[in-house]
Design a protein around this ligand. Structure first.
Ligand code: NAD
Ligand code: LMR
Ligand code: MN
Length: 596
């Protein structure tokens, strides 16, 4: 990703870079390269005369203009994504300066939704490898491979790792999933100012069950089915052990694991390592942020909410846990709070009769059989036999599909009259007009969050929800959507994507060097995001705009670091947390490069 030839002192603007590199070695190092922005003195000292055209453009503007033109000329979103990462190969500073200037345009190209397309086509997208590839085929080499990255113990703040079993809502993409670790880290830098030279993207290749990849001669990963069980756990442990040893100050971020592994991994490390799972906790917290504002605007109280969640996997139950805790904060008993949440998945409403077939983190929410005995059952087709992504849920559905049949979403909505409906099912169109109209007929301001990424997987579009509820809905979505006009009101759609939360959560953890990431730190992050969407006019978004991501993330980081200090988890306790966050932020500005 960058070379170690450059030793960088200080943070942010004004730091100096000293290098022993000369000539092409300077230009080929994306951390050092400034292209035409090298001054005449730097060109002379670094042996660049003759290797650059004569124009000297130290204020970056002409470079930004050139790069933006090239970006616009790329014919498709995927071509734009590839262009951006080629630019990054060339000049990291210019990449982030461009991204920051055109955040609303470019974030969806570098990150979600286009990152999903890039992962599906990664053999075309990959040019220069980025990050670290670890393999379960060679668990003894984990430390050696991480060490090959070339960073010292004090050089790394953050690692993002994925085993790519459940990328967004598009399933298993094996080693191609390195691009989600890379994309998440780009957002950390663009949003929060995490130094892009102090991070490591990691892919944990445990094989893939994706037949398409296994049969693709261009596939870049290991060609065998996913390894599970003890060997899997030992491999994860080898990664954590090596990462902790080599980079003892770094935070570990987990991304896009499958629902049968995700909680076990999180629970194993959360009390001893500075770590969080973005899909469980980051998502839970950004959704809670949106709901804090939605419930307030609905005029109802937290104690009166009834919540239906479609898709009871990693994200769905992560969200349920945050909602449960929020109800408890508002005086509801824990068991009562659990009873106000209904989880619906492939087998329909989850009930306690499903017993051991449920995933461990779902069990608390299973409805008592006695309660649902009278609910009508719907016979339904089972999934195609090839469906392997959710064996537990698909198996349960197959068991009950024809007799007695499942209790489907429409039935649950009819019976429960939810105030909040959330979609994390990876399946488009499941919030049908009939279901939404039914919900809206029983509640003044239905709160509906279709969250399945990428865009085309959303359970409904904001335009549909606004139309079907005649503008009464309070809506936020996982992917970015344009404003919707309805009866003279402009509805701005807040994006409930964890990208608005995890960068600040991670940066606050880094700045305070917290030893763990506590529930209170996560709640502080949710409150901090919610507090920044203050416009309550009709149609106003429930969350702050991504245009303001730097601002939002800074506030989140400050609140998270303060909470870590307050809870005694911080190893660094600056008197002025705001100043400490500001000082540590990396900005895409050119700094002087000195020859040594
Ligand atoms: N907006 C965000 O910030 C955000 C964050 C995390 C995840 N997500 C999205 O949420 C979705 C789920 O992600 P995850 O990590 O929880 O995946 P997961 O695999 O852990 O969970 C998906 C669940 O959906 C269920 N499901 C599949 N088809 C269904 C159907 N037809 N009806 C009901 N349930 C069905 C599966 O059985 C599984 O339990 C993805 O599309 C992902 O992109 C969004
Ligand atoms: O990556 C995203 O856009 C959000 C989330 O982490 C997801 O898995 O969908
Ligand atoms: Mn994710």
């Amino acid at each position: 990703m960058f070379s170690r030839q450059a030793r960088i002192s200080g943070f942010g603007a004004g730091r100096r870079i000293a290098t022993t590199a000369r000539g092409y070695d300077v230009l080929r190092d994306p951390a050092l390269n400034k292209g035409t922005a090298f001054t005449r003195q730097e060109r002379a000292a670094l042996g660049l005369n003759g290797l650059l055209p004569p124009a000297v453009t130290t204020d970056m503007e002409p470079q930004l203009a050139r790069a933006y033109r090239a970006y616009r000329a790329a014919p498709t979103d995927l071509a734009k994504h590839i262009y951006m990462w080629r630019l990054h190969d060339d000049n990291v500073t210019l990449f982030y300066a461009l991204l920051q200037r055109h955040m609303m345009d470019m974030l969806p190209v570098v990150y979600d939704p286009v990152v999903g397309e890039a992962i599906e086509n990664y053999s075309e997208v990959m040019t220069r490898p980025r990050g670290v590839f670890l393999s379960i085929d060679d668990p003894d080499s984990v430390e050696e491979r991480l060490a090959a990255f070339g960073a010292g113990a004090d050089d790394i703040d953050l690692l993002v790792a994925s085993d790519a079993e459940e990328i967004l809502g598009i399933g298993d993409w094996g080693s191609n999933g390195i691009d989600i670790s890379i994309g998440k880290l780009a957002v950390y830098t663009a949003a929060a100012g995490v130094d892009p030279h102090r991070v490591v993207p990691v892919i944990l290749d445990v094989g893939t069950d994706n037949e398409k990849l296994l049969n693709d001669p261009l596939y870049i990963g290991y060609r065998h089915s996913r390894v599970r069980g003890d060997a899997y756990d030992a491999f994860i442990d080898a990664y954590v052990t090596a990462a902790r040893k080599l980079f003892p100050k770094a935070m570990l971020h987990w991304e896009d694991f499958g629902s049968t592994n995700v909680r076990r991994i999180l629970d194993r490390y959360r009390n001893t390592v500075p770590t969080f799972n973005d899909d469980v906790q980051g998502t839970g917290a950004i959704v809670l942020g949106a709901l804090i504002n939605a419930v307030e605007r609905s005029g109802a109280s937290w104690a009166d909410q009834r919540v239906v969640i479609l898709g009871a996997g990693t994200a769905g139950v992560g969200i349920a846990d945050q909602i449960r805790d929020q109800m408890v904060r508002h005086g509801v008993g824990r068991q009562d709070a659990v009873r106000r949440i209904w989880l619906v998945d492939l087998p329909g409403l989850l009930t306690d009769g499903m017993g051991d077939d449920l995933l461990d983190f779902q069990r608390d929410y299973a409805r008592p059989e006695a309660e649902i005995a009278q609910y009508p059952r719907t016979p339904c087709e089972t999934l195609p036999a090839t469906e392997t992504r959710w064996p537990a849920m698909a198996g349960l559905r197959a068991k009950i599909a024809s007799a007695p049949g499942i209790i489907d979403l429409a039935t649950v909505v009819k019976a429960v009259h939810p105030t909040i409906l959330i979609g994390t099912s990876t399946t488009p169109h499941l919030f049908t007009e009939a279901i939404v109209r039914d919900m809206a007929s029983h509640v003044e301001r239905p709160i509906i969050l279709p969250l399945s990424n990428p865009t085309q997987l959303h359970e409904a579009t904001p335009m549909q929800l606004i139309e079907w509820t005649d503008g009464k809905v309070l809506v936020a979505t996982g992917a970015p959507f344009d404003d919707v006009e309805h009866k003279g009101v402009t509805y701005t759609i807040g994006q409930a994507n964890n990208a608005a939360l995890y960068p600040g959560l991670g940066f606050g953890t880094i700045v305070s060097r917290a030893t763990t990431v506590s529930d209170a730190m996560i709640f502080a992050a949710a409150q901090a995001v919610a507090g920044q969407a203050t416009d309550t006019a009709p149609g106003a978004a429930l969350l702050p705009s991504n245009e303001d991501l730097r601002e939002t993330s800074s506030v989140v980081a400050v609140q998270v670091a303060r909470k870590a200090i307050e809870q005694g988890l911080a190893q660094e306790k600056p008197d002025n947390v705001v100043e400490a966050v500001r000082e540590r932020q990396w900005w895409p500005v050119y700094n002087p490069v000195e020859a040594v």
